[in-house]
Ligand binder design. Structure first.
Ligand SMILES: C[S@@+](CC[C@H](N)C(=O)[O-])C[C@H]1O[C@@H](n2cnc3c(N)ncnc32)[C@H](O)[C@@H]1O
Length: 197
């Protein structure tokens, strides 16, 4: 027979666990808001929101890559795109991420993934000339500036994949619309002209 004291013990343990859980969730929410707000002047509306699994798989199905090629994710979030591409094709992955929370999560989740590097750095100041494939999921306000940078930086034949937003001045070779009816935002795939020489 369970005594009243034991029951009270169980109830107080449950209440304590509940308070710890709510506190942790609240703390994470605060961390998200603060880490996002701190980088907003640079990220200009590209908040830390992850690409869904179905969209990452659609990208990988549509854009085959060679082992050892370099895939760069401009604003890599938790690094999920890089890990999935590494697993499928054996590519090298390089992610730029300014949001501290996303960066720490990416570092943690990529601990076991050799061949993936995550840099807490602004990609606007990075040289992207070595990239074979660029992945991005950013924000309309920055796409014109990104087009100019990619035209300047990328080598002939490089592939650019942009979730949701077009790259002004580029013609997409493919437009994917994966997912169910609630999540059918486009994914644009562009290939830069290959060199004639
Ligand atoms: C919509 S999320 C996409 C995350 C990830 N690429 C994915 O698809 O799951 C965009 C990310 O880009 C990052 N970001 C935006 N501008 C950046 C910049 N100039 N340098 C580095 N990271 C940036 C943001 O912090 C944010 O986490």
């Amino acid at each position: 027979m369970v005594s009243l004291e034991e029951r009270l013990d169980a109830v107080s343990t449950f209440i304590l666990a509940f308070i710890v859980l709510i506190g942790t969730l609240f703390g994470l929410k605060i961390a998200y808001v603060v880490s996002t707000a701190l980088v907003l002047p640079t990220t200009q509306g590209a908040l830390y929101v992850s690409t869904s699994r179905v969209r990452v798989l659609a990208f990988l199905d549509a854009v085959p890559m060679q082992e050892g090629q370099l895939l760069v994710d401009l604003g890599c979030g938790d690094g999920r795109v890089l890990r999935a591409a590494r697993k499928r094709y054996g590519v090298r992955g390089l992610g730029y991420e300014l949001n501290l929370l996303a960066y720490l999560k990416a570092q943690l989740l990529c601990l076991g993934s050799k061949g993936i590097e995550i840099r807490r750095r602004n990609f606007w100041t990075a040289d992207l000339s070595e990239a074979d494939t660029i992945f991005c999921y950013l924000f309309p306000d920055v796409m014109k500036k990104l087009s100019a940078k990619l035209k300047f930086d990328l080598k002939p034949g490089a592939v650019v994949v942009s979730c949701n937003f077009v790259l002004p001045g580029f013609n997409p070779d493919l437009v994917l619309r994966p997912g169910n009816s609630l999540d059918r935002d486009p994914i644009y795939v562009y290939q830069l002209e290959k060199s004639q020489t």
